[in-house]
Design a protein around this ligand. Structure first.
Ligand SMILES: [Mn+2]
Length: 491
């Protein structure tokens, strides 16, 4: 299994080896901490991955979902993405992808548009060949709808493939066993699949990892920029080799390549205060880090004097930090059971809204209200036109969705919900009845009180799928630490 030389070295190309770059959870368009710079970082990380793919001359880029942070990417992010996909296309490197929970839309997917433009291939039930490797896709499917899945993949013999593949690969998006926060049984998928897979390349869990289920390799590539402060480890991607001379799982080689040189610098500072210590000690700890253009995440624990988080944040910013977030764990521990991350209030709101469970229309209203891109003066008109559009073109968006599925692995910073909330839908419908005052009322409610309280109580039965917030924050706690460069490091 072990190969002496890293297989991604240019010029070290074994002609029998098909190599693909496995990435995912790119979250382009995520304006983390309300920071335009952070937003640009997510696109830049994707551009870097594409540059690496071209430089390595891989045989394909496989994207395991959540290319975009939400279903409504803005034009600059779309244009940047298109430009990167064009670069791949110019290098004759196919882009094979599935749809993640963040970007999933009710109508067509962005991926379908890219496919129409000849820049991507959406993986599905039919095999897509890269050399002698057959790739299949499994989009994210809400938990409540998974019982209906038949995993009926087209056998190579019944497909358009010219030759019998040496390897079969499933690319999927979801929280699969045996990884943390799993709610999707990998064994079931493998057993029920009509095709015998050698490897499963996954997205959704932002923590990278490799496991074996029976003989089959199962791996997460991890996110390419930190989508939450819980993602402390280096970001990166996988390079997966398939040896045509060695069919089956034995001929699969998975390696990890770090993006730590190019991702935004994060400084994780823990100030564990002794009695009598205070802000001076916290500043001292913060000052030990390279703050230049970094995102600085400070946690205060222990005892000591009261510390004003704002003062520490100013100190970090004055010393060159791009973003500083200070959480005083001592306060949180004593205050309440609340486990939201106060390091990012917007993320806390996202998390709360995810728990509440809103219709697509209500989520759109929330998005409009909180979006920094929509001026207050335009809000009323924006909400009104979006709702009008949905009533005319997509009435289903106003109806209670059939199901719910909260994604626990995804950090507090991520918001998405397919859950069901009648009250919110009603509110949306009210707002939509062409009465500008109603519309404004809905917007005002969402604005003032973060998640509207009256909707928060609407559907407590939806909690069955939500994992404890605290464990969400610890998402990456039980994964591999440090530099990962070979498959052996994962085992
Ligand atoms: Mn994701």
């Amino acid at each position: 299994m072990a190969v002496a030389e890293p297989i991604y070295h240019p010029g070290n190309k074994n002609p029998a080896m098909t190599r693909v770059l496995h990435t995912g959870d790119t979250h382009i368009g995520y304006q983390q901490y309300h920071s335009p710079e952070r937003r640009a970082d997510f696109l830049a990380a994707f551009e870097q991955v594409v540059d690496d793919a071209v430089e390595m001359d891989v045989d394909a880029v496989v994207h395991a979902g959540d290319l975009f942070h939400d279903r409504r990417p803005d034009l600059p992010d779309l244009m940047g993405t298109l430009s990167a996909l064009r670069d791949l296309n110019a290098a004759d490197i196919p882009f094979l992808a599935v749809v993640g929970n963040h970007e999933s839309t009710r109508g067509g997917q962005w991926l379908d548009l890219f496919e129409r433009l000849g820049l991507a291939t959406r993986l599905g039930d039919d095999p897509v060949a890269v050399d002698a490797v057959a790739f299949y896709g499994l989009d994210h499917v809400p938990e409540s709808r998974r019982d209906d899945l038949d995993y009926d993949y087209t056998l190579p013999a019944d497909s358009d493939l010219d030759t019998e593949p040496t390897h079969s690969v499933l690319v999927g998006h979801g929280l699969f066993t045996p990884f943390a926060h799993a709610n999707w049984e990998t064994e079931t998928v493998l057993e029920e699949s009509t095709v015998e897979f050698d490897a499963v390349l996954l997205g959704d869990n932002h923590a990278p990892g490799i496991e074996r289920v029976d003989d089959v390799w199962v791996t997460y590539c991890g996110s390419t920029e930190r989508a939450s402060a819980s993602e402390e480890d280096d970001r990166g991607y996988n390079v997966v080799g398939f040896d045509a001379d060695d069919p089956g799982p034995a001929g699969v080689d998975i390696r990890r390549r770090s993006l730590s040189d190019v991702t935004r610098e994060f400084g994780f500072v823990t100030a564990d205060l002794e009695p009598g210590e205070g802000a001076d000690r916290v500043r001292e700890k913060v000052g030990q880090h390279d703050l230049d253009d970094a995102v600085v995440i400070v946690e205060i624990t222990g005892d000591g004097e009261p510390v004003t988080p704002g003062g520490i944040e100013s100190f970090a910013l004055d010393n060159g930090a791009l973003i500083a977030r200070v959480t005083d764990r001592r306060e949180i521990e004593t205050e309440t059971e609340l486990s939201v991350s106060f390091a990012d209030p917007d993320a806390a709101v996202d998390e709360r809204i995810e728990e509440v469970g809103l219709s697509e229309a209500a989520l759109d209203i929330d998005e409009a209200v909180r979006s920094p891109d929509i001026a207050d003066s335009n809000l009323r008109e924006t909400v009104k036109s979006r709702l009008k559009d949905q009533i005319e073109n997509d009435p289903a968006a106003l109806a209670p969705p059939e199901s719910d599925d909260s994604d626990a692995s995804e950090s507090a910073a991520e918001s998405d919900s397919e859950s069901d909330d009648t009250t919110a839908s009603d509110a949306a419908a009210d707002a939509a009845d062409d009465d500008a005052d109603d519309t404004a009322d809905t917007a005002d409610t969402a604005d003032g009180e973060t998640a509207p309280d009256d909707t928060a109580t609407a559907d407590s039965t939806d909690d069955e799928d939500t994992t404890d917030d605290e464990s969400t924050a610890d998402d990456e706690g039980d994964t591999v630490e440090g530099e990962l460069s070979t498959m052996e490091d994962f085992l």
